[in-house]
Write a protein that binds this ligand. Structure first.
Ligand SMILES: NC(=O)c1ccc[n+]([C@@H]2O[C@H](COP(=O)([O-])OP(=O)(O)OC[C@H]3O[C@@H](n4cnc5c(N)ncnc54)[C@H](OP(=O)(O)O)[C@@H]3O)[C@@H](O)[C@H]2O)c1
Length: 305
């Protein structure tokens, strides 16, 4: 069986994916890359190969990808400055004879007018992958519902306010676990070369509608407060959230930077993320789960925030 190398294997996405691939009986075929192999000692104990690799040290990736036939490149966390990191992984994979690379990209990136800061990283990384000579599959994930319900949700519940510059823009937020299951289907299945998959939730909604669902399910008030980009920046500044990304840092449970989040809100408001597809069901055989289902599954956590 072909070996699969995964970057970012210690993160939320990488851990979920590794669980699915181990469940599928592929532990011995997995090569997991991390800057801290100690973090993945449990995976080594499960029979996976754990290797040191750092996006910022290309020579370490050249070693780390050896022997793999497929790679899942999980995008890094340094939003706005990731292309050089991803290039190191792509070059290493191509040089080592990796045949097929799948990449966790993002929806709505074809339109150059899309103001989301993440767009540049993803479209440029896709371009490098297409030019690499390897077969490829682009997994264009929508906004994770986990980010808004599980990470930002507690703060929303405490204040009773969902403050956003996304206005009345529509998006189909997706469970990260559905993105992970779709990636597993691509890595374990056949015929996905040359495909671009939008991986989204089942329905388009505004944040105002999601805030109303939160209020209904938890029985607590949640008002949707629409702000300007400047007001949104001021709110994040007051929380101490940096404007530019800082590696491995999170503030109030939020690991992102405000240039990313404000440009993201604007992209939603202006309709660039208004994408809904049934690819989760096509790839995994079961329907994408809804934002309401995530709120219901976490109602107790949200109520007690
Ligand atoms: N669609 C969305 O709404 C959305 C939301 C959030 C994130 N994302 C994307 O999904 C990706 C995965 O999210 P996640 O929650 O799994 O992230 P996470 O839990 O923060 O994990 C980040 C991973 O990146 C690795 N990493 C960071 N810097 C690295 C470097 N210099 N060299 C090698 N590896 C490095 C870390 O590995 P080690 O520390 O072990 O080296 C870690 O495994 C994110 O990076 C982002 O691109 C998308």
């Amino acid at each position: 069986m072909s070996r699969i190398v995964i970057t970012g294997a210690s993160g939320n996405y990488g851990r979920g994916l590794t669980d699915l691939l181990i469940e599928a009986g592929r532990a011995a075929d997995l090569i997991l890359i991390t800057r801290s192999p100690d973090k993945l000692a449990d995976r080594a104990a499960q029979g996976c190969t754990v290797r040191y690799g750092d996006f910022d040290k290309p020579e370490t990736l050249a070693e780390a990808v050896q022997g793999a036939e497929k790679m899942l490149l999980i995008s890094g966390t340094r939003v706005g400055a990731r292309v050089v990191q991803h290039k190191a992984a792509i070059d290493a994979a191509a040089a080592a004879g990796v045949r097929h690379v799948a990449y966790t990209s993002f929806i709505g990136i074809d339109d150059p007018a899309n103001p989301a800061e993440v767009r540049h990283d993803h479209i440029e990384t896709e371009r490098l992958i297409r030019a690499s000579g390897m077969a490829w599959t682009m997994l264009r994930d929508a906004h994770y519902a986990d980010a808004m319900i599980l990470m930002a949700g507690p703060q929303v519940m405490q204040s009773g306010q969902w403050v956003s510059n996304a206005g009345e823009g529509l998006e189909a937020m997706v469970w990260r676990d559905d993105c992970i299951a779709s990636a597993a289907a691509v890595l374990l299945g056949q015929g996905h070369e040359g495909q671009v998959y939008n991986i989204t939730g089942p329905e388009l909604q505004t944040f105002r509608e999601v805030a109303a669902i939160m209020a209904e399910v938890t029985g607590r008030p949640v008002a949707y407060v629409s702000t300007t980009d400047e007001e949104q920046y001021a709110m994040f500044d007051a929380m101490g959230i940096p404007r530019r990304p800082v590696d491995d840092q999170s503030v109030a449970g939020i690991p992102w930077n405000s240039d990313d989040m404000v440009s993201f809100g604007r992209a939603i408001r202006e309709g660039f993320l208004q994408v809904c597809s049934d690819n989760v069901e096509r790839l995994t055989g079961r329907k994408a789960r809804s934002v309401r289902a995530m709120i219901e599954a976490n109602a107790q956590m949200l109520r007690s925030a």
